[in-house]
Design a binder for this molecule. Structure first.
Ligand SMILES: *Cc1c(COP(=O)(O)O)cnc(C)c1O
Length: 353
């Protein structure tokens, strides 16, 4: 058996997708199942499709390429680079956009292969990452884009709680709907998709979601079963679709604070320590290169994560009821960021069940 290893339970994942889809459908929403959290592994993405998502979505074109054999529309989440326009029109059916120059390049690429390319224009409603911040700029862009023969404007979208941490509320999303309505009137077009954000919009689905929002793009809600604004569990979901296992490579009693002068650690930061006296320290063979320490959670609640370096994880095992020894396996649950990194690390074995 190879370690470290992450196990992905597709049965649990399908179950989560169904629970979220039930909630989404009750709120008249289509769902783009976001695959970037697991590097768009097609076997895992199949659980999304089986669970009933409407689209598969990813932020990298290499990932969408991996999904080409799954018969479901693909959505590109990150604004395309002009340099990837050819692949974009080939592997994505829809892309999120906010620059006319890029859309122009997509139009040209789409013409080359005789395939219409759909776009969702992004509106920035305060999170300050992508999208048109001023309505007039959006109107101006649409006027130009309507001249592109191989591009169809499918709708508008917003992204929140990503850079600025802005939590979606009724007022913000109502603005998106209002902008969409004025675009439809002004240009006499129909905007079919009004995409109201990601897993952080879920908390509004108890009757506070403005009418007109009809799509969400979600990764965390499906994979972790949590809504992303406050981290609450979505009813009927499982938090252990992903389990990490690492092998113990050293167990020794050591003081909890270094006894010599302290300089910078392997990451260039001066570390600080809590003095818990002499403790049982357990080293595992996995490190910061493979995962995010702050969002990993040992299944054994007696274990404390002390820290780590690129290739080591250091645990305090003094309070555990288990007598860990070299060769033992320690299991962890994780949050989104850890999962993302673990799934991307070529050093971690992936086991899909
Ligand atoms: C990653 C991403 C999502 C999904 O976010 P979750 O919090 O995992 O639901 C949605 N939209 C865009 C533009 C993204 O980049």
């Amino acid at each position: 058996m190879a370690y470290p290893r992450i196990t992905i339970d597709t049965e649990k994942l399908r179950h989560n997708v169904k629970a979220v889809m039930k909630l989404a459908t009750a709120n008249h929403l289509t769902v783009a199942g976001v695959t970037k959290g697991f590097s768009a592994n097609p076997e895992i993405a199949k659980a999304y499709v089986d669970g009933g998502v409407t689209y598969l979505a990813d932020s990298r074109i290499q990932n969408l390429k991996k999904l080409k054999d799954l018969d479901i529309p693909k959505l590109m989440l990150r604004l395309p680079m002009i340099s990837e326009a050819d692949d974009m029109v080939k592997y994505a059916d829809i892309s999120l956009n906010s620059e006319v120059e890029t859309v122009k390049a997509l139009n040209k690429a789409a013409e080359k292969i005789n395939k219409m390319h759909d776009i969702i224009l992004m509106v920035d409603l305060g999170d300050l990452r992508e999208g048109y911040f001023h309505e007039e700029d959006l109107f101006e862009a649409i006027e130009e884009i309507l001249n592109f023969k191989w591009i169809k404007i499918r709708g508008l979208g917003v992204n929140l709680t990503c850079y600025g941490g802005v939590i979606p509320n009724e007022r913000i999303l109502q603005r998106l709907v209002a902008i969409a309505t004025s675009v439809e009137k002004r240009f006499n077009i129909n905007l079919e998709i009004i995409s109201g954000g990601n897993s952080s919009t879920i908390h509004l689905l108890e009757g506070r979601l403005p009418e007109g929002i009809n799509n969400l793009r979600m990764g965390e809600a499906l994979l972790m079963g949590t809504e992303a604004a406050y981290g609450n569990r979505i009813e009927g979901t499982d938090d252990s679709v992903f389990t990490l296992e690492a092998q113990v490579i050293e167990v020794k009693e050591k003081p909890s604070v270094p006894t010599e002068e302290i300089g910078r650690d392997a990451f260039g930061k001066v570390p600080t320590f809590i003095d818990r006296g002499v403790r049982k320290r357990i080293l595992c063979a996995i490190g910061k290169q493979d995962m995010d320490l702050d969002t990993l959670k040992p299944m054994d609640q007696g274990l404390i994560i002390l820290g780590g370096s690129s290739d080591h994880l250091i645990l305090d095992g003094s309070d555990s009821e288990i007598e860990y020894k070299v060769g033992d396996i320690v299991s962890f649950k994780m949050h989104y960021v850890s999962m993302l990194r673990i799934m991307t690390s070529e050093y971690v074995e992936k086991k899909i069940i």
